[in-house]
Design a protein around this ligand. Structure first.
Ligand code: MG
Length: 290
């Protein structure tokens, strides 16, 4: 097949430490056929190496290059907006490492940005410091707005819940870089070198994976092995191109070399970079005077 996949992890490949049937087979098929793919996660806590090791232990021989986290999207975006900036961070290793790798310094006074990720080290003192920095002019950045996260034992508050507290306390809205942010969705596609019409997003969450894909003009596949129930789908104003029980449903068609989704009606939606020299030739800029 032409094209490739952006793949959410939790609820698609595994739940907690439990592998979802078909996940291993699907990933091995992609590897064997050299089909480009990237795991797209809104978990800002882990580094890409942490993620790769976790998937290795679940039996999937993937490498760091297959992982793209919301921490990476956040750090790369900020490094472009304000090179060598400073940040006060509520978050953990994955976020800190991504910021350091992109030329950022972590400070606890007068930062350019207050950046929020998830983690287990949150304290009231940190929230208080963050509030004062934001009121003092630091910009509030969210690695993602997920309100909560499923765990082995139930549900824990997510990054979006911490961000909501800071928004409420400061009267400031955060800028978020995680799924469904077009910034993260586009960076991932570019990393794979795919055109918009060649990109398929697979995920289990309508508000992040599917919305993110729909906004970008990617084709989307919703798996029902995670957070979304079939009965809930009618309530959404947008829909996935394909809804399947789990990633297992994709293995046989892929193995047989069949198209998983019909091709897009046209590739008009492609936002691949325009050929500037051609554009200049065609435009008034290069037209001879008179
Ligand atoms: Mg998920």
């Amino acid at each position: 097949m032409q094209g490739g996949f952006l793949i959410d992890m939790d609820g698609v490949l595994y739940r907690g430490t439990q592998l979802i049937p078909g996940a291993e087979q699907f990933i091995n098929l992609l590897l064997r056929r050299n089909i480009p793919f990237l795991f797209l996660t809104n978990n800002s806590q882990r580094t890409r190496r942490d993620v790769a090791i976790k998937l290795n232990r679940l039996g999937m021989p993937i490498e760091e290059k297959h992982v793209f986290t919301c921490s990476m999207a956040t750090a790369r975006f900020l490094a472009k907006q304000k090179p060598n900036g400073t940040a006060y961070v509520i978050g953990e290793g994955g976020l800190l490492q991504a910021l350091h790798q992109n030329g950022y310094a972590i400070v606890d006074k007068s930062p350019d940005y207050v950046i929020i990720g998830e983690g287990r080290t949150l304290s009231f003192e940190m929230l208080e410091a963050a509030v004062q920095m934001i009121l003092g002019g630091a910009k509030l950045i969210a690695t993602n707005m997920d309100p909560n996260c499923p765990t082995q034992t139930g549900t824990r508050p997510g990054c979006g819940a911490i961000v909501a507290l800071l928004e409420r306390a400061t009267g400031t809205y955060a800028f978020s870089l995680g799924k469904p942010s077009p910034i993260m969705m586009r960076m991932a596609r570019k990393q794979l070198g795919l055109a918009t019409s060649e990109t398929i997003m697979i995920g289990d969450t309508m508000e992040t994976d599917i919305l993110g894909g729909v906004q970008m003009g990617y084709r989307t596949i919703l798996v029902l092995s995670g957070s979304t129930k079939k009965e809930q789908l009618a309530a959404y104003a947008y829909r996935a191109d394909l809804v399947i029980p789990s990633i297992q449903s994709l293995c046989s068609p892929l193995e047989a070399g069949h198209a998983i989704l019909p091709p897009p009606a046209s590739s008009d939606i492609d936002d691949t970079p325009m050929d500037l020299s051609q554009w200049t030739r065609q435009s008034h800029l290069s037209r001879p005077a008179g």
